[in-house]
Design a protein around this ligand. Structure first.
Ligand SMILES: Cc1cc2nc3c(=O)[nH]c(=O)nc-3n(C[C@H](O)[C@H](O)[C@H](O)COP(=O)(O)OP(=O)(O)OC[C@H]3O[C@@H](n4cnc5c(N)ncnc54)[C@H](O)[C@@H]3O)c2cc1C
Length: 675
């Protein structure tokens, strides 16, 4: 792999002491010609594998969420042998199940002028022009097929009075294109994918390995040919081999410790592949979701999302006067309320994109107009301060308009969930919400075929980087997961597999497999032998604090440098003083978490380096040094119109930055404005 260092060029970038600059990287798979014809052209040009040969080929798919489950079902149905892995006790429990709000598709059922091009346009604009145009256009193009497929599977999408599928709107758009199943869209879509998957399991094309965690990638003779897993019940370390490996392992938001992600979400599979040569793109692009239940104490380990769909009918406000912040909100007169999103962004109002809604909520609380209980925070000098971190999401207008039953029909399960968690009745008093880490737009670098730069290693869903740029619009992750799994990967991976019958056999005796197996065993032994004094969770929590404070909603050069130093220090302490109880040969969640937190240290550091070098505000990434006079995010297309693909060069070594220029041919670049 070339890692030509261009020291002079690198020096021009902020944080140049922390990395070197390598050769640019480019997507070579998207064909030329008009954007509307590229996908059809690529499908036609890609090599095919005839049905009889498919039976001779094996594909490993790690992940059973919407991206992995859909891919495993589709490739199994196509006749390949699929080995499908997940760490949960059932594929049915993948994190996709948590998605609440909905899934986008350009069907124009509402006759509000929606189209493939508009969905494409909104997604690129919403991502602040940092996504790859070709991939996003294809996503918009296949979105309509997803809904047809899911309806055929029996997914119970909400229907309107006449029986047609209903739609609602989501932040960042002015049309209603979001298909939903109450507040359980992810769960219902996953059940659809799971049924299709189980059908293949029964047919024998898919072999399911639940409770197996991938801990290493096997790259033999330059190609991804297998994985090393740990059986999470018996501790057995095993190797599995295939002609291609697909990672559909979701996002890494748990690097922040507190997030809306399932507790088990981690970066291990992607990070192991990164260490084996796969580029990791845009790691610092984190999405902060504006409508989460605020943090309420020090012992919390999870944050709960209230679906973004609530912003359709809920109005967001804070008191105009700081002295009203402790009052019962029902006693604050209408003229004393600041509906700040409606005031600042009249065209989009409460439906501005997530990064904007999040930042404005933070601004209001920083100004001292937050509501709810005050929580402990520290200033830059380490001094303790108490800040109210909440804004109101108020349904009183909606209840007057639609009636309580009307509101309950749309959002009932979310209201129940809020009441159970907070002990407050949201039908009577406004909900309190605050931004939280929710989704990660960074991930392994892939080309148009969803292939990483390691031949034979494909990456789908939240685990890759390509479709959302610097900010993901609501309801577009489910769309991407299913687009990748049902429609894109099954059509692109053939092109690679068509040659796979000629690949030399690889088995457990191959030096690459032996090395991978030994390194997994060595790492587990090391973690178990430290026997220090601090729990894994205490390290994770401290890392999370650092990440949120310095690499969260707002970042500065000084803060990021400080964060890198703190991470280095904490990581060194982890490897000296962590206490991992129990043994390998048993169900051992402390051991599982320790391995994941060890990877989070390395990822967290790379996130800070990535954030440091990108001195522009972009999407969910707000650089304090780069803002307009009225405090809005200021992008710098002249300097940063590229995806940053990082190459691993060794523990403690500087990573290499490979830039992929982002070329916009179908869409004109503009500063985003939602006013
Ligand atoms: C609370 C919440 C609500 C959301 N609501 C919406 C919404 O309304 N609309 C929307 O579009 N998006 C929503 N999202 C985002 C969306 O749910 C996710 O981005 C998407 O489901 C990710 O799907 P995935 O298939 O890529 O990964 P996941 O569903 O996370 O699946 C990952 C899979 O990989 C497996 N895995 C991971 N690592 C390993 C390993 N090392 N070894 C073995 N297996 C492994 C897991 O077992 C799992 O099967 C929401 C997210 C959250 C947190």
């Amino acid at each position: 792999m070339t890692t030509t260092t261009k020291a002079a060029d690198a020096k021009k970038l902020p944080g140049a002491d922390y990395f070197t600059l390598g050769e640019p990287v480019a997507d070579t798979k998207a064909p030329g010609g008009p954007i509307e014809q590229k996908w059809a052209k690529r499908k036609f040009e890609a090599k095919l594998v005839n049905p009889a040969n498919r039976r001779k080929l094996t594909v490993i798919i790690v992940g059973t969420g919407l991206a992995g489950g859909a891919a495993a079902a589709s490739l199994g149905e196509a006749g390949y042998n699929v080995l499908n892995f997940c760490y949960q006790d059932s594929p049915r429990r993948a994190h996709s199940i948590a998605a609440q709000g909905g899934i986008n598709a350009a069907k124009n059922y509402r006759n509000d002028n929606d189209s493939t091009f508009r969905l494409f346009y909104d997604t690129v604009k919403g991502g602040d022009y940092r996504a790859r145009e070709t991939n996003v256009y294809r996503l918009a193009e296949v979105s309509a097929n997803i809904i047809d497929q899911c309806v055929a599977q029996g997914v119970p999408f909400a229907r309107e009075y006449g029986g047609l599928l209903d739609n609602r709107s989501f932040g960042g758009v002015q049309v209603q294109r979001t298909f939903y199943a109450r507040g359980q869209t992810g769960q219902q879509l996953l059940i659809g994918a799971y049924q299709a998957l189980e059908r293949q399991v029964a047919a024998g094309t898919v072999k399911m390995y639940a409770r197996h965690e991938m801990l290493e990638l096997i790259v033999a003779d330059g190609k991804a040919r297998g994985i090393v897993t740990r059986d999470m019940v018996t501790g057995e370390i095993e190797t599995y081999f295939a002609d291609a490996v697909v990672l559909a392992t979701g996002g890494y938001g748990n690097v922040f410790f507190l997030s809306t992600n399932a507790m088990g979400c981690n970066v291990t599979a992607n990070w192991r592949a990164h260490r084996k040569g796969a580029y990791f793109a845009n790691p610092c692009y984190t999405q902060i979701h504006p409508t989460c239940i605020p943090v309420h104490g020090e012992t919390q380990s999870k944050l709960t999302l209230m679906s973004e769909s609530l912003r359709n009918d809920g109005r967001i406000w804070v008191p105009k006067k700081a002295e009203d912040c402790g009052k019962d909100p029902r006693e604050i007169a209408e003229e004393d309320r600041d509906y700040y999103l409606e005031r600042i962004y009249p065209s989009f109002g409460n439906l501005v994109p997530r990064d904007i809604a999040s930042r404005q909520a933070k601004n209001r609380c920083d100004e001292g107009r937050g509501v709810g209980p005050a929580v402990k925070e520290y200033d830059d000098n380490g001094n303790e301060k108490m800040v109210r971190r909440g804004v109101y999401l108020d349904f009183s207008d909606a209840i007057s308009r639609l009636g309580k039953d009307g509101v309950a029909a749309r959002y009932g399960n979310l209201f129940d969930m809020y009441a159970q968690i907070t002990g407050e009745n949201p039908y009577e008093t406004p909900m309190r919400i605050y931004p939280a880490v929710h989704y990660t737009m960074g991930g392994l670098w892939v080309d148009y075929d969803l292939s990483s730069n390691i031949p034979g290693l494909y990456v789908t869903g939240e685990a890759n980087f390509s479709d959302h740029g610097a900010n993901r619009l609501g309801a577009s992750a489910l769309m991407q997961g299913l687009a990748d799994g049902y429609f894109v990967l099954p059509n692109t991976i053939n092109d690679y597999l068509a040659d796979a019958l000629k690949f030399p056999a690889v088995d457990a005796s191959h030096p690459a497999a032996v090395e991978a197996l030994e390194s997994v065993k060595g790492r587990i032994d090391k973690l178990l032998s430290i026997n220090g004094s601090r729990t894994v969770d205490s390290f994770h929590k401290e890392l999370g604090h650092i990440m949120w404070e310095y690499c969260g909603m707002e970042r500065t050069e000084e803060g990021l440098k400080l964060a890198i130093a703190k991470i280095d220090e904490l990581q060194a302490e982890f490897w000296k003083d962590v206490k991992v109880t129990g043994v390998n040969e048993d169900f051992n969640q402390t051991l599982e978490r320790a391995g994941r937190v060890a990877d989070f240290f390395e990822l967290g550091r790379l996130m800070c380096v990535d954030a440091l070098h990108r001195r522009e505000s972009c999407g969910g990434h707000f650089r304090a040094e780069s803002q307009t006079e009225d405090g809005e995010a200021l992008r710098h297309d002249d300097e940063f119109l590229y995806a940053a693909a990082w190459e691993f060069t060794g523990t403690g070594e500087k990573p290499v930055l490979h830039k992929e220029d982002l070329v916009y041919e179908a869409i004109e670049l503009k500063q985003r404005s939602y006013k």
